[in-house]
Design a protein around this ligand. Structure first.
Ligand code: ZN
Length: 327
C-alpha cells in the first residue's frame, strides 16, 4: 500500500472572477469544474487542472468573500508554498518573461537540486513556485489543455511539491515517514532554517514534500491567499479504507470516508497543524460533464441538484476577463 503522490491542493480565494482570470488566463490551467463547497453551498468551489483535471494536476479554491479583509497570516502549521511542475529550464525562463508581461513580481530564476524555479504570488498573495520537473520525471505529468493561452511545451503539468512550515520537524516527519510511507531524501539548512525533503511512491516531481522548521513562528491563521489543505493520492476507496485504519491505529483523528462525487476523501490533521487529505484517483471530473465542456456551467452533485435554483440564486456570477488579471 503506497500513496501515489500529491492529488490536489485546496486554497482560499475571495474574488472568484479574478481567481478564474489568473489561473486560466495567466497560468493557463483549465477550469475543469465549477461547483460549490459541499459543506457550505453559498461558496463556489473552483477546480483547475490539466485538460481533464487529472489527479495530481488539481488546484482548487473555496471562494470566501467574507475573508476579503482577512489576509492569510503566514506561520507554522500550513502549506507555505505550492510548487507546480513545468518541463525543463527553458520553461522556467519563459515563465519569467510571461509573469513580467502580466506585471507580476517574481523572485527571478534560481536553482535547487539542479532544477530551476521561480517564485511569485497570485493577486491575493497565494505563494506559488514553478519548477522544472527534471529529466525523466517518475510521476507522470498532466497534459495541458489545448485551448490554454500558454504554449503546450511551457504548460503547467501539475503539482510538483508542497512546502510545509512547522515549529518542530520531528512530529511531522514521524507522520510522513512512519505512518504515510514517505522516505526522507535529504536534510539541509537554508537561510538558517532546517529543511527536510521527503518523497513517496516513485518520488520526484509530483511526489515531494519539503518540511521547513521555524521554531519561533506564530501559528498560521487561514485567510485570503492561504492554503486550506493538501491531498495525497490513493488508487481507490478500498485502499483508502485501509489507510483510514492505519491512521487510526497511529492515534490520528481521521474523518469517515466522504463522497465528494468527483473523488472520495478522508481528512486528518498532522501534528504540525497542517490539514491533510487522502483522496481517490477516480471517478474524476468527466463523470457529470462532457470532457469538451468541463467547468462551463455550475455542476452540483446529485444530492444538491434538487436545490439548484436556491444555490444558483445566492452565487455571484463569475465574469472573468480573458487573458489577464482583472483590476
Ligand atoms: Zn480536498
Amino acid at each position: 500500500m503506497e500513496l501515489g503522490g500529491l492529488h490536489h491542493m485546496t486554497a482560499v480565494t475571495t474574488e472568484a472572477s479574478e481567481n478564474v482570470a489568473f489561473y486560466t488566463g495567466v497560468l493557463g490551467l483549465r477550469l475543469v469544474k465549477k461547483t460549490v463547497n459541499q459543506d457550505d453551498v453559498s461558496a463556489y468551489h473552483l477546480f483547475y487542472g490539466d485538460e481533464l483535471g487529472r489527479p495530481g494536476t488539481e488546484i482548487t479554491f473555496f471562494d470566501w468573500p467574507q475573508l476579503r479583509v482577512a489576509p492569510n497570516r503566514p506561520g507554522a502549521g500550513e502549506v507555505s508554498t505550492t510548487e507546480l511542475r513545468v518541463a525543463g529550464r527553458e520553461a522556467v525562463d519563459w515563465w519569467a518573461g510571461r509573469l513580467e508581461e502580466h506585471g507580476i513580481e517574481h523572485s527571478g530564476v534560481a536553482e535547487r537540486g539542479g532544477r530551476a524555479y521561480i517564485e511569485f504570488t497570485d493577486p491575493e498573495g497565494q505563494r506559488l513556485r514553478l519548477r522544472d520537473e527534471g529529466e525523466a520525471p517518475r510521476v507522470e505529468g498532466g497534459v495541458p489543455w489545448e485551448e490554454s493561452p500558454v504554449p503546450a511545451e511551457y504548460g503547467v503539468r501539475g503539482l510538483g511539491a508542497v512546502d510545509l512550515t512547522v515549529r518542530e520537524l520531528a512530529p511531522t516527519a514521524w507522520v510522513l515517514s512512519e505512518v504515510m510511507g514517505f522516505r526522507l531524501v535529504e536534510q539541509y539548512e537554508e537561510s538558517g532554517e532546517k529543511v527536510a525533503l521527503f518523497e513517496v511512491g516513485s518520488g520526484g516531481a509530483g511526489a515531494e514534500v519539503r518540511v521547513v522548521e521555524k521554531p519561533d513562528a506564530p501559528y498560521a491563521h487561514l485567510g485570503r491567499g492561504g492554503v486550506h489543505h493538501i491531498a495525497f493520492r490513493v488508487a481507490d476507496a478500498e485502499e483508502q479504507k485501509e489507510w483510514r485504519e492505519r491512521l487510526r491505529g497511529a492515534g490520528l483523528g481521521v474523518t469517515p470516508q466522504i463522497d465528494r462525487y468527483y473523488f472520495q476523501s478522508i481528512y486528518f490533521r498532522e501534528p504540525g497543524g497542517v490539514l491533510f487529505e487522502i483522496a481517490t484517483d477516480g471517478p474524476g471530473f468527466a463523470t457529470d460533464e462532457d470532457a469538451r465542456h468541463l467547468g462551463e456551467k455550475l455542476s452540483l452533485p446529485p444530492f444538491l441538484e434538487g436545490r439548484r435554483e436556491e444555490i444558483e440564486g445566492r452565487l455571484t456570477p463569475i465574469t472573468p476577463v480573458r487573458g489577464g488579471v482583472r483590476r
